[in-house]
Design a protein around this ligand. Structure first.
Ligand SMILES: [Zn+2]
Length: 207
């Protein structure tokens, strides 16, 4: 761009110099006809070449302007999308009542949401998320909380979550925090606790 601009500038200077030269020649026409005619034809050739170069430059300029316009459009489009995405992120942050980690990983986002609602993993529990959620038979579940030292996925205690929706995360955290068992009554309590911490029970298998 800069080099092309300089080329255009030097061309303009050349045309201006040519104008001055033509002006200088005008008074000498009366004196020496042959010399004047030869100078004239040299000037005409130069002028023709210059005008060809000028039209080349105009085409080049048009091309650059077009490409600049399309790039400007693209920048506008991207900045509109960025603006939209940051508004969405702001809404999620407001819902959480605190700053969420800058990630779209469902485990991190739903754990942060649960923490914002007063539900955090106890210090002596590890988190496997995403994890297999294995029971003793090796069957995978949405979420498993194992409070013991010896557990299906190795040493406990841990919460293992294979389907990190907010409901599952809240339900498993409730098992870990309040010690609800896997009995039907324990599951109902874990569900009630999840609901109390903002989870919808629509997808609950204990409903
Ligand atoms: Zn449960």
């Amino acid at each position: 761009m800069r080099i092309r601009f300089l080329a255009a500038l030097s061309l303009i200077v050349a045309v201006a110099a040519l104008g001055i030269a033509v002006g200088d020649f005008a008074p000498s026409f009366g004196g020496n006809h042959d010399a004047a005619a030869s100078d004239n034809s040299a000037l005409a050739t130069k002028l023709e070449r210059t005008s060809l170069e000028l039209s080349d430059l105009r085409r080049e300029l048009r091309r650059i302007r077009d490409s600049l316009e399309s790039k400007t459009d693209r920048i506008h489009h991207l900045s509109r999308r960025l603006h939209h995405n940051s508004r969405v992120l702001d809404r999620i942050r407001t819902a959480a009542g605190q700053h969420l980690p800058l990630t779209d990983d469902a485990c991190s986002v739903n754990l942060a949401l649960a923490a914002a609602r007063g539900l955090t993993l106890p210090a002596d529990f590890e988190l496997h998320c995403p994890g297999p959620g294995f029971d003793w038979n090796g069957t995978s579940h949405w979420g498993i909380t194992c409070p013991y030292h010896h557990c299906p996925e190795g040493a406990g205690a841990y919460v293992s979550i294979s389907n990190p929706t907010y409901y599952v995360v809240a339900h498993e955290l409730c098992h870990a925090v309040f010690g609800y068992s896997g009995s039907p009554q324990g599951e109902r309590r874990a569900d009630a606790c999840a609901a109390k911490h903002g989870a919808s029970l629509d997808s609950s298998p204990y409903n």
